[in-house]
Design a protein around this ligand. Structure first.
Ligand SMILES: Cc1cc2nc3c(=O)[nH]c(=O)nc-3n(C[C@H](O)[C@H](O)[C@H](O)COP(=O)(O)O)c2cc1C
Length: 235
């Protein structure tokens, strides 16, 4: 059985194409999950809405607790990282992450960055080993089983994919990829809608293409038995 962690990060509730002013990324994650469930109804899907209920940003208490050895933490320190611990547990349990993350001002929404800051945790998802050679001091820990990420994005502009004329203004996929590689998750698939600000046929065509890519990705990944999902082709 595959455990899916479904996260939406758009500040907009509702689904584009269904609800007025709904979110395109929420629509893509919704379609992916529906497609998956139709094929694998016994798999579990855990849901986190970081767009509407953002994790707390890291603060002084969190940093103090994170950098205090677990055995030496006070109850107050444990409380400071309790929510972060819960997010880590969800991530560790997951085989597949389905993420709806819009492009906001050249990168990820702050709510999703707060989630990333909560799950990159020393001793839990990555480690720092000063005794190692210089290039091997940061060690990813989420290598106990194959995990895959499906990153479904949306942009107001266009030409923001690698090689596009505005690629230099898009730091979203690259930074999400870096964070997941850092903790040991390297099988990452991306799809994005563009032209949200243009609307009309430009947007419609982009939505149709992204929807087809998303459903195709769900089919590819769902067709593989647990443990082989890392072999799926990137959509
Ligand atoms: C705060 C904010 C910042 C944005 N910044 C960008 C941007 O830098 N580049 C871009 O192409 N679109 C930008 N957009 C447009 C969104 O990417 C677009 O509306 C997208 O559809 C949002 O995802 P959603 O439909 O899931 O809410 C921005 C939108 C918001 C609300």
């Amino acid at each position: 059985m595959t455990e899916i962690l479904h996260i939406d990060a758009s500040a907009r509730p509702g689904l584009a194409g269904i609800d007025p002013h709904g979110s395109h990324t929420r629509r893509l994650t919704h379609e992916f999950i529906q497609r998956w469930r139709a094929q694998r109804p016994d798999d579990t899907v855990r849901y986190r809405d970081v767009g509407l209920q953002p994790p707390a940003p890291v603060d002084a208490a969190w940093v103090e607790a994170e950098f205090t050895p677990a055995a030496a933490r006070t109850p107050a320190m444990e409380a400071a990282i309790a929510d972060s611990n819960a997010l880590v547990e969800e991530l560790v349990a997951a085989d597949l992450l389905v993420l709806g993350v819009p492009l906001y001002n050249f990168s990820m929404p702050s709510a999703f960055k707060a989630w990333i800051d909560s799950i990159v945790r020393l001793g839990r998802t990555c480690d720092f080993r000063p005794e190692n050679p210089p290039l091997e001091r940061y060690v990813p820990l989420l290598v106990d089983k194959p995990r895959s990420v499906v990153l479904l994005s949306a942009r107001g502009g266009h030409g923001l994919d690698p090689g596009g004329p505005f690629a230099h203004m898009n730091h979203l996929e690259a930074s999400v990829r870096t964070a997941f590689h850092f903790i040991g998750i390297t099988d990452i698939h991306t799809v994005a809608i563009e032209h949200q600000e243009d609307g009309g046929e430009l947007l419609d065509a982009s939505v149709r293409m992204a929807m087809a890519q998303t459903l195709n990705l769900a089919d590819q990944l769902a067709a593989r038995p647990l443990g082989q999902q890392a072999m799926a082709q990137t959509g």
